[in-house]
Design a protein around this ligand. Sequence first.
Ligand code: ARG
Length: 458
Amino acid sequence: MAKAWGGRFQQDTDPRVEAFTESISFDSRLFEVDVRGSKAHATMLAAVGLISSDERDQICHTLDEIKDEIAAGNFPFKAELEDIHMHIESALIQRVGDVGRKLHTGRSRNDQVSTDLKLYVRDAIDELDELLLNCQLAFLERCDKDAGVVLPGYTHLQRAQPVQAAHYWLAYCEKFHRDRDRLSDCRRRVNVSPLGAAALAGSSLPIDRQMTADLLGFDSVAGNSLDISSDRDYLAEFVFAMSLISAHLCTWCEEWIIWFTTEFGFIKLPDAYTTGSSIMPQKRNPDVLELIRGKSARVMASVPQLLILMKSLPMAYNRDLQEDKLAMFTAFDTVKACLELTPAIVAGAELQRDQIASRIEDGFLDATALMEYLIKKGVPMRTGHGTVGALVAKCENEKRRLKDLSLEELQAACDLISDDVYSVLGTENAMKALQSFGSGGEKPVADRVAHWKVVLAE
Ligand code: ARG
């Protein structure tokens, strides 16, 4: 096939090379942002007198037509036109001739690709922000639904201290909030215009980069054309932010997969989000949670993928960079699909209150509360730790609980104990005793629920 912009070549491109080098199979989804960028560029070209306002209107109108055809699926893509940028430009030229041949004045595909990617990522960030908010709201709504339920808190997956169930839900609100914060921070660096850096050195033409930046809603104009053509920092940051979202989703999935086992039996997942087994009739498997966890591999792999792509590239544009989109699109599509499913699973699950309550006194969840009771009586912390440890060992031997020990038995361990000790013993009391800011007790959790209701309503 003859080369698209092949004035200086004598040989046609080997069709295998066309197939090998094309990016249209994965960058066609940039069509909308590509047209947005080109219209802003044409508007600027007219404003500085490089094209007429008639030409601008013709270009913009035809670009919209092309965009609509692509959106409607009526636009043929072919590998020899390499990428979305060349497809749109050559369709424009086909339709308006020489006028179309002026659009690429003062720019190159190198700054065009980056402009498109930044516009795409900016929209993607806004979409993820909304999806994360929905996840936060789903967890927040569970707080009222599960008010009063006490769960064991774990470290090392060993029973540790009791917390309100809502404390777990709000932990995810916090994680997703940092994710949103990280995305919005990344967005600031995304939102700097590359357009007009041209191939690598800028242009001798009187282009107005500030104007295109303003038209496209960029906050500012990037200051070094060499840097611009090679910069993919914003993609690396974006995929990292998405990887942490995935990590947070994995924590949730992992926890609920464990809670959904017969051994735990803390939670029942909605039928719509579990699957059966082809051979074992009794099975209900948490496949969706497992796949959110499993698909996180693709998201996280995008971080090293991009860094490896970027390392060892000299300035400025190198064709390697074409591969950047694959990493980012895969990560984005995956995270988006996961976040879209999450709220429904969160809302539809049921805590198995009876099952939780039947074993909530197991595991000495009140041991730390007893130690802190001793501290309040004036016992040094390490001494109290030892005293309670010995009481726990005694209970373990005798198959009893701390709250079942008599006052005499407790006083034998420490004579500062009086009968107010029973107000901290037992799981419910131990949970209620927690009162520091951010802790899992009744009052601090209620305060945080109120806090999140205000924050998420904004
Ligand atoms: N298809 C290429 C990409 O996506 C376009 C960049 C072309 N620039 C170049 N100098 N060949 O990165």
